[in-house]
Design a binder for this molecule. Structure first.
Ligand SMILES: Cc1cc2nc3c(=O)[nH]c(=O)nc-3n(C[C@H](O)[C@H](O)[C@H](O)COP(=O)(O)OP(=O)(O)OC[C@H]3O[C@@H](n4cnc5c(N)ncnc54)[C@H](O)[C@@H]3O)c2cc1C
Length: 343
């Protein structure tokens, strides 16, 4: 079983080799807080570390070449995180493409391109978080001729076998996901197939994969978001519940964020959910179960949730959907009936 994981990718930006760059691998070893930190990358790891270092007291500049951080999430979700970062003193620079690193009289400078202009950022320490690549070298893969995919992960079939049926791969080295829980999920299938494949083999199931980014606000997702639904031309309805309305969130001084649910038009079947807010990664579990086991928003609405808990947000999001689908004709009849009863 090959489970060698991934390593940080260092982009070939001129001068980066002189920067003594921190990565998601070695950042844990530093013992002194950098005064001015540049974080290259607006993905989940870059964003989590940006906020962590800012909260430790470093002056952090986060540099992202795309129009927003957490680019996989819907724009308003990214905007919530970006607004919080900025409120906490982080300088978030989007549409800034790192072009060159310079050492000028011992001073470190990053030159970025922004709207056709060069922007110079002086800093003390660089943290590079622009992605991680599968660790496929140094242990004989090439000698065995085990093929890699375009994404440079080990090519595996749906039973997690490499080109050699007795060699399995799982986790970051196999992809397509880079999460601990998907690595564990694959490891289970690979182990069962490796041990009992002679009798029965099981196809790994990627149908419902959730994830979370542990920023504040925390962002969790399962299935489609609105951006992806539009890109793929998938019809959807959207129901949004604002967590600022939720009693427990108010009591916890955490009254911010949303539960955003995409459903099949006219049906309660869930296509995807994004939650931003405290404990989003915990809250989403109910929707993950719903998607995995095929129950919809009506069932979530019909489930008693403890008052006052954050989990009630899920039920209220289902309530938003229900309200939008209330049978208006029947409600009018009932209104007339009640008026008649009152006399
Ligand atoms: C900063 C950071 C934060 C993250 N946060 C989250 C998160 O919140 N939630 C989440 O789900 N995922 C998170 N991830 C991703 C998660 O860590 C990985 O997806 C997960 O660890 C993959 O598991 P793995 O077993 O494939 O690889 P790894 O956990 O990387 O384990 C691979 C192991 O193989 C060893 N190894 C490598 N080469 C060899 C060799 N030749 N011989 C022997 N041993 C070798 C390595 O030393 C390592 O111990 C995060 C990653 C990073 C970097």
């Amino acid at each position: 079983m090959i489970a060698t994981g991934a390593r940080p990718f260092i982009p070939p930006i001129p001068g980066i080799e002189q920067m003594d760059c921190l990565t998601s691998e070695n950042v844990w070893e530093i013992r002194a807080l950098p005064r001015r930190l540049v974080v290259l990358g607006g993905g989940p790891i870059g964003s989590e570390l940006t906020q962590a270092f800012a909260r430790f007291g470093a002056r952090v500049t986060q540099v992202e070449m795309l129009p927003r951080i957490l680019m996989r999430e819907d724009p308003e979700i990214s905007a919530m995180v970006m607004a919080k970062f900025r409120a906490e003193g982080v300088e978030v620079l989007v549409e800034h493409k790192a072009k060159q690193f310079l050492l000028e009289n011992g001073r470190k400078v990053l030159v970025c391109e922004h709207q056709g202009q060069d922007v110079r950022i002086e800093f003390d320490q660089l943290l590079c978080a622009v992605g991680r690549v599968a660790r496929t070298e140094g242990f004989g893969l090439q000698e065995l001729g085990i093929p890699l995919t375009k994404a440079r992960t080990i090519e595996i079939n749906e039973f997690l076998q490499t080109a050699y049926p007795n060699i399995y791969a799982c986790g970051d080295v196999a992809g397509p996901y880079q999460f601990t829980h998907t690595a564990a999920h694959q490891a289970y299938y690979a182990a069962v197939n490796g041990l009992f494949g002679g009798f029965k083999r099981f196809r790994v199931d990627y149908s419902v994969i959730p994830w979370a980014t542990f920023t504040d606000p925390e962002v969790a997702r399962v299935g489609l978001n609105e951006t992806e639904a539009k890109e793929r031309d998938i019809p959807y309805e959207v129901s949004v519940y604002g967590i600022d309305d939720l009693d427990r969130a108010i009591a916890d001084e955490a009254a911010h964020g949303v539960v955003k649910v995409l459903t099949v038009p006219g049906k309660d079947r869930i296509l995807g959910v994004t939650i931003a807010g405290d404990h989003a990664g915990d809250l989403i579990a109910e929707f993950v179960a719903a998607m995995r086991h095929g129950f919809g928003l009506n069932k979530i609405l019909g489930t008693i949730h403890i008052y006052p808990t954050l989990a009630e947000a899920n039920k209220y999001a289902a309530g938003v959907w229900k309200k939008a689908h209330a049978p208006q004709g029947l409600l009018r009849q009932v209104e007339k009936f009640q008026a008649w009863m009152r006399g």
